[in-house]
Ligand binder design. Structure first.
Ligand code: B4P
Length: 182
């Protein structure tokens, strides 16, 4: 599969879980901005130090910072890819569109993982990452609604959005995703 796919959805919807699975199965390059940012934090780079405080609060890292880590990587890929957790703002989506036009690699499918808040909160509390406590989760959900959820309309208007019910087992969701892509 030589697809160019984007995963969209609230925190805890399972973007990372499904993206990892799908990318391994179809040999797609998996770019997770969450993982890339956590790697920067772990290496104590300047970028990581700037991102750390924001991530701990459940805030988004600045568009400039995220773009700087995505752009250089995307330009190097010449196979299919899967973007997970990016874009998260309309500004990021517009910058991505411009970049993809330049390299002639338009997005083919946006998979929007949809799940009610109660289930999201339960999953995140069970995951137990450093940014998975009750007050930070509530803030992340608010930030999602304000800054990221407008992307559902944005990609829907471009005619490339597929809504995936993200409840059920990991296998069930994976098979819904496969059906959309086949
Ligand atoms: P991310 O790392 O992208 O993480 P996420 O949205 O919290 O989780 P995801 O949806 O991937 O859920 P997962 O598969 O882990 O973001 C972290 C932070 O990085 C952001 O808050 C922000 O600060 C920063 N950031 C990242 N990208 C950015 C950007 N573009 N711009 C600015 N800032 C950015 O699943 C959650 C849990 O549920 C796991 O424990 C999993 O095992 C479990 N699970 C998954 N599927 C399940 C299922 N079907 N049933 C039961 N449990 C399931």
């Amino acid at each position: 599969m030589n697809q160019r796919i984007l995963f969209l959805g609230p925190p805890g919807a399972g973007k990372g879980t499904q993206a990892e699975r799908l990318s391994k199965k179809h040999h797609l390059v998996h770019l997770s901005t969450g993982d890339l940012l956590r790697a920067e934090v772990a290496s104590n780079s300047l970028l990581g130090r700037q991102a750390d405080a924001l991530m701990k609060e459940g805030e988004l890292v600045s568009d400039e910072l995220v773009l700087s880590i995505v752009e250089s990587r995307l330009k190097l890929i010449n196979t299919g890819w899967l973007l997970d957790g990016f874009p998260r703002t309309v500004g990021q989506a517009k910058a991505l569109e411009k970049l993809l036009e330049e390299i002639n690699q338009p997005i083919q499918n946006v998979l929007y993982l949809e799940l009610p808040d109660a289930e999201l909160i339960q999953r995140l509390l069970a995951r137990g990452r450093a940014d998975d406590n009750q007050s930070v989760i509530c803030n992340r959900l608010e930030v999602y609604r304000e800054k990221t959820s407008p992307l559902v309309d944005y990609y829907s208007q471009l005619g490339i959005l597929k809504t995936v019910e993200a409840n059920g087992t990991i296998e069930e969701i994976a098979s819904r995703i496969e059906n959309f892509l086949s």
